[in-house]
Ligand binder design. Structure first.
Ligand code: ZN
Length: 164
């Protein structure tokens, strides 16, 4: 059964709490269109931290392997997820200042009331994924390639010559 993962984000930060867990891909429906299979899971770690001036922040790490659908052959492309995000809590509806927006080391998370960790993890994964995943070389049968393979017997006879 899917667990409820809702926190009071500000309290979580105030108490410097940490939460570790995993989410099944089945529980992340907004990813499903991008995947070739929904078996598997991702691991996450959420930590409440404070900035230099006491700004409430969440550090979110997400790790796992996602079978993305290749844009060329529709086969699975394994995407390694290694997300490490720093999110500063801001009141819902408020705009970050220009100075804050230029800071690449963190993102801003408008929070009003309870925060659903499952949705947060899903958001961060969607932001981290490549726009058009594809294999470097698709595993499709190709006659042109087969003709170019070196003949293993030719290589063997070369070896033989050296041995004698
Ligand atoms: Zn492919």
């Amino acid at each position: 059964m899917s667990q409820q993962l809702v926190i009071d984000a500000h309290r979580f930060v105030r108490e410097s709490r940490e939460l570790k867990g995993s989410l099944e891909l089945v529980e992340l429906p907004r990813l499903h269109d991008l995947l070739t299979s929904v078996t598997g899971s991702v691991a996450f770690r959420l930590k409440g931290v404070s900035g230099e001036r006491g700004q409430p922040r969440l550090r979110l790490e997400v790790n796992g392997v996602l079978p993305l659908s290749c844009q060329r052959c529709l086969g699975a492309v394994e995407e390694m997820l290694e997300i490490d995000s720093l999110l500063e809590l801001i009141p819902e509806g408020s705009e970050p200042t220009q100075e804050e927006l230029e800071d690449d080391s963190l993102d801003f998370l408008p929070v009003a009331g309870p925060l659903d960790i499952r949705e947060l993890v899903e958001d961060e994964i969607l932001l981290a994924l490549p726009v058009a995943p594809r294999h470097e070389a698709c595993d499709l049968p190709s006659d042109a390639e087969a003709g170019e393979r070196p003949n293993p017997f030719a290589a063997l006879s070369g070896l033989k010559g050296k041995l004698n």
